[in-house]
Design a protein around this ligand. Structure first.
Ligand SMILES: [Zn+2]
Ligand SMILES: [Zn+2]
Length: 205
């Protein structure tokens, strides 16, 4: 987060004064619009939206949804999403860090400012999602191994659930409600972990 806000305040600002001369690559407003309208649909958009949600919450999803139409500047995005430009930028940087959006810059004809055009990078987004799922899978497998290899103890109210070794340390007394820690059946937990693992493995296959 720190990294992002630091970059947000200088590096990738949406408009930067051009320090070099030359007119190459500058587009008029009309040309820009055409470019945005001609983009083909984004493959796997649902998965990409899910990823954006993981990375940047609802606002991240909103921004990616807005980018479905094609390349947009941060200011266009702010208008279309009703978010503040600063918010849009910080979300774009975090999505960019995970490489699900990319940008291209063009020099504005008259002002000489650089304008950044953002778009979704579907392939990278899918790569990112795949890695994220592999990480989740790894954690679930670790958890399953723990559930399968240990005996757990819990209190009636459910505030504490710990492996046997830890329950001994607590003298089988719940530190929050004072209730007795009893052996806890974890078949349901194991089954639900297995189901989630199966589902992820299928998605990753
Ligand atoms: Zn996920
Ligand atoms: Zn308790």
């Amino acid at each position: 987060m720190l990294e992002i806000s630091r970059r947000g305040s200088r590096g990738l600002r949406s408009r930067e004064r051009s320090r070099t001369g030359g007119k190459g690559g500058a587009l008029t407003k009309k040309q820009r619009k055409v470019r945005a309208e001609k983009r083909p649909p984004i493959p796997n958009i649902d998965l990409i939206l899910e990823t954006a949600g993981h990375l940047a919450g609802e606002k991240g999803e909103k921004i990616v949804r807005a980018l479905v139409v094609g390349e947009l500047t941060d200011e266009d995005l702010a208008k279309r999403t009703n978010l503040q430009v600063n918010q849009v930028r910080s979300i774009l940087y975090s999505l960019h860090e995970s490489r699900i959006v990319t940008y291209r810059r063009e020099r504005e004809e008259n002002s000489g400012w650089y304008v950044y055009y953002w778009k979704v990078d579907p392939e990278r987004a899918i790569d990112y999602l795949r890695q994220h799922r592999m990480e989740v899978l790894r954690r679930l497998e670790e958890r399953l191994a723990e559930e399968e290899s240990k005996i757990f103890f819990a209190c009636d109210k459910g505030c504490t659930r710990v492996p046997y070794e830890e329950a001994i340390g607590m003298e089988f007394k719940c530190p929050s409600c004072g209730g007795t820690l009893q052996p806890h059946q974890n078949t349901a937990i194991i089954n639900s972990l297995r189901a989630r693992i199966e589902k992820l493995r299928r998605e990753l296959a």
